[in-house]
Design a protein around this ligand. Structure first.
Ligand code: NAG
Ligand code: FE2
Length: 211
């Protein structure tokens, strides 16, 4: 008996995957009532995903700019490359959220269109920090619009998504904006007092070096 069970089990272990690769199955038909996100909300989520990807690309360009041998500000480069990775994470989190809610199952390829960065040059660190702050403010504004679209639908108030965006995304936006504003302020003060060394020393601080 045991031998027979083992034989069947090993047959299935070997053949089942092989059979699966030969079959082409139609997508299964399952109930869709549980998929409750509404169009205004999903449309604005899609736009938000694009915006996070665009921010990621823009930060990548900023990191590359400050990495050039002629600019050579490794602290700024790290700050902006890290910020670019975070924006990519944000896009991923929004995609994963929509997938959890049963969305994006048939049209993922149309989701991401990558555009060129809007800007490729910054005269100095202050200019880049202020640009980053402006960009974050635009993103915050856009997240607020997603929240509005998802809570004001006449058919369905999407409490869960609104809570997620408010608690996770807006929280990070406000903290990030404060961090950038503080950095710009410190750098400006350093430049006023030590114009020749201010940005150099600030860059070392961004790298976490004691100075
Ligand atoms: C979707 O958004 C449009 C434009 O803001 C609005 O007129 C419409 O009432 C919204 N749809 C629902 C179902 O709330
Ligand atoms: Fe973001």
């Amino acid at each position: 008996m045991t031998t027979f069970v083992l034989a069947v089990a090993s047959f299935l272990a070997v053949c089942a995957p092989a059979l699966a690769t030969q079959c082409s199955e139609d997508p299964v038909s399952i109930p869709k009532e549980w998929v409750t996100m509404q169009k205004n909300c999903t449309d604005s989520m899609r736009q938000q995903i694009q915006m996070e990807v665009a921010a990621s690309v823009q930060y990548l360009a900023m990191g590359a700019h400050f990495s050039q041998d002629t600019v050579n500000r490794p602290g700024f480069a790290k700050l902006f490359f890290d910020a670019g990775s975070e924006e990519r994470e944000h896009a991923l989190k929004l995609i994963e959220y929509m997938l959890m809610r049963g969305e994006l199952t048939s049209d993922v390829t149309s989701l991401i269109t990558v555009r060129h960065p809007e800007r490729n040059h910054w005269a100095n660190g202050v200019e880049a920090l202020e640009h980053a702050l402006k960009m974050e403010h635009t993103v915050t504004d856009s997240i607020r619009k997603v929240i509005h679209a998802c809570e004001s639908d006449s058919e369905f108030n999407d409490y869960h998504l609104v809570d997620y965006l408010t608690a996770d995304f807006l929280e990070e936006q406000y903290k990030g904006q404060r961090d950038l504003a503080g950095k710009a302020s410190t750098l400006k003060k350093m430049l006023e007092r030590h114009p020749s060394l201010g940005e150099f020393i600030f860059d070392k601080k961004l790298l976490g070096m004691d100075i």
